[in-house]
Design a binder for this molecule. Structure first.
Ligand SMILES: Cc1cc2nc3c(=O)[nH]c(=O)nc-3n(C[C@H](O)[C@H](O)[C@H](O)COP(=O)(O)OP(=O)(O)OC[C@H]3O[C@@H](n4cnc5c(N)ncnc54)[C@H](O)[C@@H]3O)c2cc1C
Length: 500
């Protein structure tokens, strides 16, 4: 019987999305299932940013069988324990959103409920005392988790910062070793079947044709296949996340080699600082309604650790997503599918989740609609949940020093987020919606960090007598301190294991 399976896959685009997709499909499908071709244009190039990740990338790396030291060395990367937010809740305030746990849940009750019960007592006031990641970050320390059972050091959660260009090259090598064919050239035409509307082939400027049965659009913001060829509209979320520009510049190191990303709020947006081994990546994300490009660049250049290593580069974007991520025989992954600013480093993860969902809903040549609809529903839900978490950062603030912050503080927000805020304010409860990316610890860290101000605490925390609660918190704090004392400095750890 003739097979109906997909035998040729064409990936359009060789940025992070294209090469992540190529490496994953080649690894999972193996060399004999389908021919995989990736088309990229050196003339167009890649977006060239996207250097901070979240711990879920470790799942992707393991799936690819990556040797982590080699990976960090070759991408000139560093380790990341979370994000420091400066001036977000109010000017002069800072907090840390750590990866992993804060404290230890006890008797099925969240740690933060116990902490909220005691928060008025100065001895317990600093929530960062209860997170190994937050405390290690503050002291510039890092190590990977140990295997010692029961030790807090076994629960270290981390991600990476890396050079985006080197990351794409690294993945390209893996993908090509697993049989992916790379074609260089600029696509000028996309041909569709007159009856089904499916994409049949793409044509390059020099007349070469690349045909396939399944197309993955990783062509970046332009959305060459999903948008321009298939006409799938874009859902605009600018009213919730008004920033629409970024200016990026790398600079020399100026001292601190921190194992975390820093995000500093500015008058019309925010600035990122991402330390790599050979440089620091910096960028200013802003809203063009409130600040000019020149002013935004000036703010960025005035706030660098060291000498700039290139001219500032400007990027434009619209926050939102494709109404359908998958249309006919084309799946969009990466910037072609949508974009949310890198405030919580979620874009590379959205690529990862797109790939995972494509694999678990993998089509045959019939492109049966039920799985496509399911894919689209899941991707939209995922995006909305991430969006709400980002909006939280802008909305829960006391800042009134600029028109931008006045807008963000008073803007209408999605209903589900409004509910989460009300629940936290009234009961101190932070919770995860279904299988959303950010768990209750993350929601708590940001809500508390931005001083949302819970009026109460979860009453079930009273299951534990108050003196016992104090003792337990003292023990956890001491265990966190001892763990962090044991950890090496981030720069020493890199020097020993994975120096570029
Ligand atoms: C300012 C900013 C900061 C960011 N920071 C982070 C971060 O810290 N963490 C994070 O997770 N994400 C971040 N992102 C997102 C991240 O950069 C992207 O998700 C990631 O780089 C994927 O991009 P991409 O591969 O979809 O697109 P691109 O990198 O733009 O690649 C598009 C590819 O398509 C090719 N192409 C396009 N048109 C054609 C054509 N006609 N013919 C042939 N080839 C074509 C290009 O040559 C290129 O190879 C950031 C994004 C921005 C804008």
């Amino acid at each position: 019987m003739e097979t109906n399976r997909i035998q040729s896959i064409v990936i359009v685009g060789g940025g992070t999305a294209g090469w992540m997709t190529a490496a994953a499909l080649a690894r999972i499908l193996g060399p004999d299932y389908a021919r995989i071709t990736l088309v990229e244009s050196d003339e167009i190039g890649t977006v060239g940013v996207g250097e901070a990740t979240i711990p879920q990338i470790n799942i992707f790396n393991r799936m690819l069988g990556i040797d982590e030291d080699d990976f960090v060395r070759r991408t000139k990367g560093s380790f990341k324990l979370g994000i420091e937010f400066v001036d977000w809740g109010g000017i002069g305030q800072r907090y840390f959103h750590p990866f992993g746990n804060i404290g230890v849940d006890m008797g099925g009750v969240s740690f933060h409920a116990f902490w909220q019960r005691l928060r008025g007592e100065p001895e317990f006031a600093d929530v960062e005392d209860y997170s190994v990641m937050a405390k290690a970050a503050r002291h510039g320390k890092f190590m990977r988790p140990t295997t010692a059972p029961g030790s807090l050091l076994s629960s270290i959660a981390y991600a990476f910062h890396f050079d985006a260009g080197l990351y794409a090259l690294y993945l390209r090598e893996l993908a090509e070793a697993n049989g992916v064919r790379r074609v260089e050239g600029k696509i000028t035409d996309v041909a569709r079947n007159g009856e089904t509307g499916h994409i049949e082939h793409v044509t390059m400027a020099d007349g070469r044709v690349v045909g396939g049965q399944l197309f993955i659009d990783c062509s970046g913001f332009g959305g060459l296949l999903i948008g321009r060829a298939l006409g799938v509209p874009y859902v605009d979320w600018s009213s919730f996340l008004p920033c629409n520009r970024a200016v990026a510049v790398p600079c020399e190191h100026g001292g601190e080699f921190t194992p975390y990303t820093r995000s500093t709020a500015r008058s019309a947006g925010w600035q990122w600082r991402i330390p790599l081994q050979h440089r620091i990546g910096n960028g200013h994300v802003y809203c063009s309604d409130y600040i000019s490009d020149d002013e935004a660049a000036a703010v960025l250049l005035a706030n660098l650790d060291g000498k700039p290593l290139a001219d500032p580069r400007f990027l434009k974007f619209t926050t939102g997503h494709r109404a359908r991520f998958w249309e006919k025989n084309c799946v969009s992954i990466g910037l072609s599918a949508g974009f949310m600013e890198p405030l919580e480093s979620t874009s590379i993860w959205m690529i990862q989740t797109g790939i995972a969902r494509l694999l678990s809903n993998f089509p045959d040549r019939g492109f049966e609609p039920a799985s496509i609809e399911r894919y689209n529903r899941l991707m939209v839900e995922e995006s909305e949940l991430v969006r709400d978490f980002l909006v939280l950062h802008y909305h829960v603030t006391t800042r009134d020093d600029s028109d931008f912050w006045n807008y963000c503080r008073t803007m209408p927000i999605p209903d589900r987020l409004a509910e989460k805020i009300r629940v936290f304010q009234s009961s101190g409860r932070a919770f995860r919606e279904h299988e959303e990316l950010f768990n209750d610890t993350s929601w708590f860290a940001v809500m508390e960090g931005q001083r949302l101000g819970a009026r109460g605490f979860d009453p079930v925390a009273e299951l534990m007598p108050i003196e016992q609660t104090r003792d337990r918190l003292r023990q956890i704090k001491a265990a966190v301190t001892a763990s962090v004392d044991h950890m090496p400095l981030h720069r020493d750890y890199i020097r020993e294991h994975c120096a570029a």
